[in-house]
Design a protein around this ligand. Structure first.
Ligand SMILES: [Zn+2]
Length: 94
């Protein structure tokens, strides 16, 4: 007669995994630092790093309505030709 012993079964081990700092040898391969899991990596928040500034494009605006402008000009948008331009309407106002 064997009685099933579940003495080793501890619900605590199954209820949830321990959440804590990763082991010392763990290295976040996103930023190369340790002390956090990759999913906790602060770098992960910086998806905009690749594109620091959201660049407005002149998509949808006819080229003829665009006036070439220096990069950094207020309202300047990147055209399909890789040049900066501002809508002629804005240029008139300015
Ligand atoms: Zn990291």
């Amino acid at each position: 007669m064997m009685s099933q012993s579940n003495s080793e079964y501890d619900p605590i081990h199954y209820s949830k995994k321990a959440i804590g700092p990763p082991p010392a040898h763990y290295t976040c391969y996103r930023c190369g630092k340790n002390g956090h899991y990759i999913k906790h990596c602060p770098m992960q928040m910086d998806k905009s790093v690749e594109a620091p500034k959201p660049i407005r494009t002149s998509k949808g605006i006819p080229q003829s309505f665009m006036v070439k402008a220096e990069p950094g000009t207020k309202g300047a948008m990147l055209t399909s030709t890789g040049e900066y331009a501002i809508p002629a309407i804005d240029a008139v106002i300015v």
